[in-house]
Design a protein around this ligand. Sequence first.
Ligand SMILES: [Zn+2]
Ligand SMILES: [Zn+2]
Length: 307
Amino acid sequence: MSEKIKKDLIRCRLCQEIKEGVYLKSYNLKVCLNCFLNFFKKRVEKTIEKFKMFDKKEKIAVAISGGKDSVALAKVLKDLGYNINLFHINTGIDDENYAENSEKAVKKFAEKENLPLKILNLKDEIKIDIKLAAKISKKEICGVCGMVKRYLLNREVKDFDVIVTGHTLDDEAGSLLSSLIFWKEFMKRQWPVLKEEESLKKRAKPLTLVFEKETKLFCEILKLPYNPQPCPLRGGPYLFFKNFIYTLEEEMPSSVLSFYKGFLKRKKEFKWEEKKIKLEPCQRCGYLTSAKICSFCRLKEKISNLL
Ligand SMILES: [Zn+2]
Ligand SMILES: [Zn+2]
């Protein structure tokens, strides 16, 4: 999906020098590698400010998977002077050594950048493999994996002000498009920052306005360690929409940016049906849920019944 970005000798539009650089067709911009790094950092910084995500005094927990997006995010936040700690959840996915390679990359990155890192093992928490957990709960693997990761992160970051994730423009535009196609409720909640709701920490996506091509280039220029493998278990509609968004942007540069930005601009004008779901603490663990018992505790019960 994401092919190599061609590097050429170009006249940089930002510093006017003739140097090795790239052509970013989404912005119709020729830029040298050095100026690209600043350009990327500034875009992220502006996004953080525009959506009032967090400030330099707040304690930030970065959810780091070891892929290019979360690695680029951690590096930018560190360089911009934010107070960050890394949290990695080892998914235990052993196909193609995915989980092992991801953890290795995260450790290497944390060491290189001298950043505090905490690693949690998903298997220790639910006692079984994520594939089996998905089978037991009769749900898609990505959904179960995401639910468990969110749960664990929220539990671990009690002393922090905000959780940040490496969701990019490709991710956000992909989920927006899928919400539109299937008229999913998710659209109501989709926003670059979600405020704190009792047991659920504030969450922010500072890469919401950058393309994955850019996070890859950022990591490559700085030679940051990351795991280039996509999750071997991912698939289904999520992947379809992401690939579609990628192709759309390739064919019609800047269309994806205008699709997503247009949504952000108009969201307030939409009239959403008021059907507020009431969240209450889970009777087992206190995590906020729309049911009596949260999905994590329900999954654990199903697992312990089987073991
Ligand atoms: Zn330049
Ligand atoms: Zn619970």
